[in-house]
Design a protein around this ligand. Structure first.
Ligand SMILES: Cc1ncc(COP(=O)(O)O)c(C=O)c1O
Length: 375
């Protein structure tokens, strides 16, 4: 049997291990100076001018913190696609609000703004669009909708660290953006995430919420010290990112351009090989501004399961993003709109292996595996 090709393969090297050892040597394991350094590097990479980064321990906590700071609370409704990871829906529940699920567009698999508009009501407080795979959703449409109805936007950019629209990185403008650095993302801090928001007031609120509502502690911890005369000024969670995980994030962000370029190259090879195949629909992008987290194509005419089996026999793993959230027991009762596109897309989507600096042998085997199934 040939070596298994995994769907995800984090790119961990000696530089990551060295950063980690150095951080352990410092001896301040909690949130500290390295957390601050990671935040600064994220801000620099995203090209932030008047916006701020608050690092947290997961993308899910980033979404939760963002919703709370956006003023979402009990009784409010938040609209998000059902075709999304359940982190968004759980974050909405954690904020005390109601989930309202919306359909997606057939071209970019992001939120369908026309269908979202139908769902907006007196209780709607925010929209939570996702940039699926790293490919931008109809962001302009989302912002138009929010402006017309006075809504906040929490952009789920967890798949899209490094994606730009017209030369501007996601998160560098707009309302609130959330990123994930979990084990399989384009850059990882093992687990981690961040919120990017504008204005000093929201920065303070995010910093308080991340650290159990404790004031002063952020300033002191950034110097690898504790504040002993603190006050608790707001509700909060224990969501901060520690120095040890941040040190891994720092090592990874230094190489983010290399990681993204290598992933774009793989995606382009896949799209070139698969676009002539009638039963496949490749992502509708040239990847020029896309930081691809996954490569998910659509297998038409009911052939997906047979293709999965064909690849399995060749030791090639695949994934399925996502099971729509309205199909899950806990969310089945949530208000939702028409799901025509979601319902058909979920029978077609298939995620192929994609790694940073992926081995050529793996790329060739994935291409051969898919092409041989259809020939
Ligand atoms: C679309 C989306 N949003 C949010 C998250 C949550 O990120 P994390 O795993 O860092 O909590 C994920 C994780 O895969 C995701 O795919």
């Amino acid at each position: 049997m040939p070596e298994r090709v995994p769907v995800f393969k984090p790119h961990i090297h000696v530089d990551t291990i060295k950063n980690l050892m150095d951080a352990l040597d410092v001896g301040w394991l909690g949130m500290g100076a390295t957390t601050k350094e990671f935040e600064e590097r994220i801000a620099e990479y995203l090209g932030l001018e008047d916006r701020h980064v608050v690092a947290v321990n997961t993308g899910t906590s980033a979404l939760h913190a963002a919703l709370v700071v956006a003023g979402v609370g009990p009784g409010d409704e938040v609209i998000t696609p059902s075709f999304n990871y359940v982190a968004d829906h759980q974050a909405i529940l954690m904020a005390g609000a109601h989930v309202v699920m919306c359909d997606i567009r057939d071209d970019n698999l992001g939120i369908d703004c026309e269908k979202a508009e139908v769902l907006i009501g007196a209780k709607t407080k925010a929209l939570m669009p996702l940039h699926f795979m790293g490919i931008p959703c109809d962001q302009a449409g989302v912002y138009r909708l929010a402006q017309a109805h006075g809504l906040r936007i929490v952009e789920d950019c967890c798949h899209a660290f490094g994606t730009s629209i017209d030369g501007r990185k996601l998160g560098s403008y707009g309302d609130i953006a959330c990123f994930s650095f979990d084990p399989v993302k384009v850059i990882t801090s093992v687990d981690g995430g961040c919120v990017v928001a504008g204005g000093e007031a929201e920065l303070k609120k995010l910093q308080h919420f991340r650290l159990l509502g404790v004031d002063k502690d952020t300033t002191e911890r950034y110097k690898n010290r504790r504040a002993w005369d603190y006050d608790v000024v707001a509700p909060g969670c224990r969501y901060h990112l520690n120095n040890i995980l941040a040190s891994i994030g720092v090592s990874q962000i230094k190489r983010v351009d290399e990681f993204i370029a290598s992933r774009q190259k793989v995606c382009r090879s896949y799209s070139e090989a698969f676009s002539p195949i009638e039963d496949l629909r490749v992502p509708q992008t040239d990847f020029a501004e896309v930081s691809p987290f996954i490569y998910s194509l659509r297998v038409l005419n009911g052939k997906r399961e047979a293709l999965i089996e064909h690849l399995r026999k060749r030791s090639i793993d695949v994934g399925i993003h996502f099971i729509p959230v309205h199909k899950h027991l806990h969310f089945a009762g949530c208000r939702r709109g028409d799901m025509t596109v979601t319902e058909s897309v979920v029978r077609e989507v298939l995620t192929l292996p994609l790694h940073s600096n992926m081995k050529q042998e793996f790329i060739d085997r994935v291409i051969e595996g898919v092409v041989s199934f259809f020939s």
